[in-house]
Design a protein around this ligand. Sequence first.
Ligand code: URA
Length: 211
Amino acid sequence: MLSEDLIELAKERMRPYACEGFVRGRGPEAADLMFVGEAPGKTELEIGRPFIGQAGKIFSGYLDRLGVTRDEVFITSAVRSRPYKIVEKIVKGEPVTKNYNRTPNKKEILAHAPILDEEIRQVKPKLLIPMGKTAVWRLTGWDVSMQEVTGRLFEIPIMQLAGLDQPVYRLTEETYRVFPIYHPAAILYARRLETKAYQDIDRLKQLKDSL
Ligand code: URA
């Protein structure tokens, strides 16, 4: 679906940064719901599919509660490569090198911006569902806490790259329906968010059922 040229361009632009691999967004050619995460992690890179690691289990729970399967929705993220950081530690007196997932930075998000823009253009989702702060920022430009925006429906222009040769964002002329929810990994780390997260999913189900 995405042109190989666009993927090559994103990979080329990502070259200066500590990011590896490329996991394509996944879903039907047209979907009512598009979930936008942050970036793939180690497991996603190994298997080549979005949201199948630890956070993926919570994400599957979201979908079950919504009454949809992975084949019915489009699943993607702000960045489609895995941002990593190498940390050297001494464990029991021995040096150990660990390679961790990390949050993508603004330059990395910009490098992959044409990918998400194109996915949105092609899939034409009726609802855009950013999961977590990175995705909310990428779509809206808002630097807000998730608490302020989760479970609320916004009808707004979104950020897209001004042009392939213009590395700045502009707001779209048309508006989109954007419904932010907690990133599934947030629940893994803070179980206290679970009740609110599932209330938001129930609200999302109402919206989906009324499409
Ligand atoms: N987190 C994301 O944002 N995307 C994935 O595919 C996995 C974890």
